[in-house]
Write a protein that binds this ligand. Structure first.
Ligand code: SAH
Length: 243
C-alpha cells in the first residue's frame, strides 16, 4: 500500500526537500509513499493571486484567507486525515505518528505569515498539530518533521525490521544510551555490562538506564509512565501512551 501525502503550501519547491535523500528517497522511488505538493496560490480568486489579508482587529502581519485555503483543501479531498501545522496545535507524539503511519496517508496544510484564518479548522474538520513550543516561519519544516517520522515507520523502509521497536517514546520512556567500538576512546570506556555477552544483564541494564534517564531528563514523561503503571484499568495504559 502506498502512503499518500498531500502538502498544501505556498512553497511547494520545499518538497520533498530533505526527504529526497537516503531511506525516505528510496521508499519514495519504491512507491512506499507518494508526495503531492500543491500550491495554495493556485486557488487565489483575484487577478493578483492574493492568498492573505490583514488581521481582523489590527496588528502586524498577514493572515491566510479561509476561502482560498478551503478551495485548495477541497481540490484534493483524499480521505486521509487532514492536519494543519500550527504552534497552537496538539504537540506531535510518537503515538500519533504511529497511528498516521498505519493509515492511508495524510494531508498537511502549512501556514505562513501570522497563520491561518481560524474558521478553516472547524469548517474542514482539521486537526491542528504543533512540532514544539517554539515558532517557525512556516508550517513546511513542521510538515517535513511529521513526514520523516511517519515514512521511517512504513513497512520495509528501515533496514532492520526491529530497529523501530524499542525506541524512545514507544514505551513512554526515553531510550537507553548507545555505544560502539572502539571500546576505549579518549580514556572513556563502554559500560562493562555491554561487553559481558550476558543478554539478561544487558536487558536489565538498558531498562534501568531508560528509567533513570527518563526520570532525570524528562520528569513529565516519567510521571505519565508511572501513572500508567500504577493505575491500569481496562486499557488505560495504552490510552495514556496515545495522548
Ligand atoms: N503568529 C503565530 C505564529 C505564526 S508562524 C503565533 O504566534 O502562534 C507561521 C506558520 O508557521 C504557522 O501558521 C504554522 O503553520 C507554522 N508554525 C510555526 N511554528 C510552528 C510549530 N511550533 N508547530 C507547527 N507549525 C508551526
Amino acid at each position: 500500500m502506498t502512503f499518500a501525502v498531500t502538502v498544501l503550501t505556498l512553497y511547494p519547491e520545499m518538497f520533498p526537500g530533505p526527504l529526497g535523500i537516503s531511506l525516505a528517497r528510496r521508499a519514495l522511488d519504491a512507491g512506499r509513499w507518494r508526495l503531492d505538493a500543491v500550491n495554495i496560490r493556485d486557488f487565489a480568486v483575484d487577478r493578483h493571486r492574493t492568498v492573505d489579508d490583514t488581521p481582523a482587529g489590527g496588528g502586524a502581519g498577514m493572515v491566510l484567507r479561509a476561502d482560498v485555503l478551503a478551495a485548495a483543501i477541497d481540490s484534493v479531498a483524499t480521505g486521509a486525515p487532514l492536519i494543519a501545522m500550527t504552534p497552537r496545535g496538539k504537540p506531535l507524539t510518537q503515538a500519533r505518528v504511529r497511528a498516521l503511519a498505519a493509515g492511508p496517508g495524510v494531508t498537511i496544510l502549512c501556514g505562513r505569515f501570522e497563520g491561518l484564518d481560524e474558521r478553516i479548522f472547524a469548517a474542514r474538520g482539521i486537526e491542528e498539530v504543533s512540532v514544539g513550543d517554539y515558532v517557525l516561519s512556516g508550517g513546511e519544516m513542521g510538515a517535513l518533521v511529521l513526514l520523516d517520522a511517519c515514512v521511517r515507520l512504513l513497512p520495509g523502509v528501515m533496514g532492520a525490521p526491529s530497529s523501530g521497536d524499542e525506541e524512545s517514546f514507544d514505551s513512554g520512556l526515553l531510550e537507553y544510551p548507545h555505544y560502539t567500538r572502539p571500546a576505549e576512546w579518549e580514556g572513556r570506556t563502554i559500560p562493562e555490562v555491554l561487553r559481558s555477552g550476558d543478554h539478561a544483564r544487558i536487558a536489565a541494564w538498558r531498562k534501568s538506564m531508560a528509567e533513570t534517564d527518563t526520570r532525570l531528563r524528562r520528569p513529565d514523561l516519567w510521571e505519565r509512565h508511572e501513572g500508567a503503571r500504577v493505575d491500569p484499568p481496562s486499557g488505560a495504559r495504552h490510552e495514556k501512551k496515545d495522548e
